[in-house]
Design a protein around this ligand. Structure first.
Ligand code: NAD
Length: 495
């Protein structure tokens, strides 16, 4: 029997007002129904916002270290349930168990970082320009935060937003992707068990149009934390502009890895396999372009093709499986359409190129890891985010050409170079246009205490992760205390 899930609004589990539901199925075996979820709409969002607004008045007054203690408890619960949560996540969205365990661990790390931040949330004191006057700037909460998240990191990404938002004293209305509502629900249950009070966290399930849009337009929501595609990010930016909300957008990528002629090629090969085909290529930081120096090209390519063909596809819960399915039918069609585009554009397909079939693969959205060579920078497969196991390879003659090609993108999330030359490494660190750069590491693998985000159309300048995200979820308030006992006019009485 599939589980019937509900929304969580004002401390109560409730159905959508419409009474309608949607299904969530296992992408590795679509015969398995994970659960049914409320198909919510604007009225449900309104209720959740009302609850969050009311809860905010109490939550903002809870001392930050006490809020931090709740985050710590949430982290402890996640530790005790790590494997069970990871298994649910694999069933729900397909990536292999080692990766879903990592996804939960990212949430745990983020909880513990928030715990520590509860005793920091540093402000600043500065000297006043006037005598007998005190000046300080402190961090205050903002209000009700609307959180809209994608399906590829169903635990990590919600935790990146919700822990810092709550720690700073905001309350939350959370709309997870409709492909991963079960993991999101478990996260909310953990927050409640850890002690987040009634109304401070609410989850409303449903589609981007009906629920997401109601959140971004809502006059009583003060800020939006969004992770998803650049197309939707632009729509959200426009819709939130109507009420001048603060908006953090973490969007798409078209990440590249450079392999120089002086690179440790074995290391570079391990890196690109993990970067391109980990999470079946469905990461914002996935390696989608590989830029290989001509001097090592032939050797590197033959090893890469051989290793790619050996990758084991299947249900991510099974031992030894390295690549799970794509998330759904639409994504498989979209990936395949890019493969057809690549062929029409004249790129050479060396492996893959179709849905994967065979033992254990017939009832899931599996797709063969695919490699194109002879790709030129103007081809669509070199420019657009594919979000699947498709790697486009471009031959380069020099570091300068590699960096120029890497930068030739509307996106700028992650970047990587494999080189053993310190001069190359430092030039790349300086010149690669990206929010994240790896030297001798693949494009994927962020750590929770470092800023995370991108430049250009990958975002709007905010960062998740580490200390940086706390800037987004709090506001600076400047406070002056005049203890002179007389009127002192700044810039007038002192000069
Ligand atoms: P998506 O943009 O389709 O959806 C993301 C979320 O937005 C979902 O919850 C969806 O329901 C909601 N949504 C859709 N339309 C909406 C609307 N009009 N108003 C409000 N909300 C709406 O993305 P996806 O397919 O879930 O995820 C894949 C994308 O996310 C890729 O482009 C990937 O690069 C990106 N991503 C970025 C990061 C990052 O940190 N930069 C991390 C992970 C994923």
């Amino acid at each position: 029997m599939a589980t019937k899930y509900q929304n969580f609004i004002n401390g109560k589990w409730v159905d959508a007002k419409s009474g309608e539901t949607f299904e969530n199925r296992n992408p590795a075996n679509w015969n398995e129904l994970i659960g049914t979820f409320p198909k919510s709409g604007k009225e449900d969002v309104d209720e959740a916002v009302k609850a969050a607004r009311k809860a905010y008045e109490k939550w903002r007054l809870v001392p930050a270290p006490e809020r931090g203690d709740i985050m710590k408890k949430a982290g402890d619960i996640m530790v005790s349930r790590k494997r069970e949560l990871a298994e649910l996540m694999t069933r729900e969205m397909g990536k292999v168990l080692a990766e879903t365990m990592g996804d939960v661990q990212e949430g745990i790390d983020t909880a513990y970082y928030a715990f520590g931040e509860g005793r920091r949330l540093f402000g600043k004191t500065v000297p006043s320009e006037l005598r007998d006057k005190f000046a300080m700037a402190m961090r205050v909460p903002i209000g009700v935060a609307g959180m809209i998240t994608p399906w590829n990191f169903p635990m990590a990404i919600p935790t990146w937003k919700i822990f810092p938002a709550l720690l700073c004293g905001n309350t939350v209305v959370f709309k997870p992707a409709s492909d991963t509502p079960a993991t999101a629900t478990e996260f909310v249950k953990i927050l409640v068990e850890a002690g987040v009070p009634e109304g401070a966290v609410n989850i409303v399930h449903g589609g981007g149009g009906a629920v997401g849009n109601a959140i971004t337009e809502h006059p009583d929501i003060d800020l939006i934390g969004f992770t998803g595609s650049s197309d939707i990010g632009k729509k959200i930016s426009a819709s939130a502009a109507g009420t001048l909300k603060r908006v953090s957008l973490e969007l798409g990528g078209k990440n590249a890895q450079i392999v120089m002629d002086d690179a440790d090629l074995k290391l570079a090969l391990d890196g690109v396999l993990w970067g391109a085909f980990g999470t079946t290529g469905q990461r914002c930081t996935a390696t989608s372009r590989l830029l290989v120096h001509e001097k090592v090209y032939d050797k590197f390519m033959s090893d890469l093709i051989e290793r790619t063909k050996q990758l084991k596809l299947g249900d991510g819960l099974k031992k030894d499986v390295e690549v799970g399915p794509l998330i759904n039918e639409g994504q498989r069609k979209s990936v395949h359409s890019y493969v057809e585009i690549g062929q029409k554009e004249g790129a050479k397909m060396l492996t893959g190129g179709d849905s994967a079939t065979g033992d254990g693969l017939s009832d899931g959205w599996f797709y063969q890891p695919t490699i194109f060579t002879d790709v030129t920078a103007d081809m669509r497969i070199a420019k657009e985010e594919i979000f699947g196991p498709v790697l486009s390879i471009i031959k380069i003659k020099s570091l300068e050409e590699g960096i120029k090609t890497l930068n030739d993108s509307i996106y700028g999330l992650s970047s990587s170079i494999y080189t053993q030359d310190v001069n190359n490494a430092f030039k790349a660190m300086r010149d690669m246009e990206a929010g994240i750069s790896y030297i001798n590491g693949p494009t994927i693998g962020a750590e929770c205490h470092m800023p995370f985000g991108g430049v250009k159309e990958t975002g709007n300048g905010h960062r998740e992760g580490g200390w940086a995200v706390y800037e987004f979820y709090s506001e600076w308030k400047s406070v002056y205390v005049d203890f002179s006992g007389k009127l002192q006019r700044a810039q007038i009485d002192n000069y």
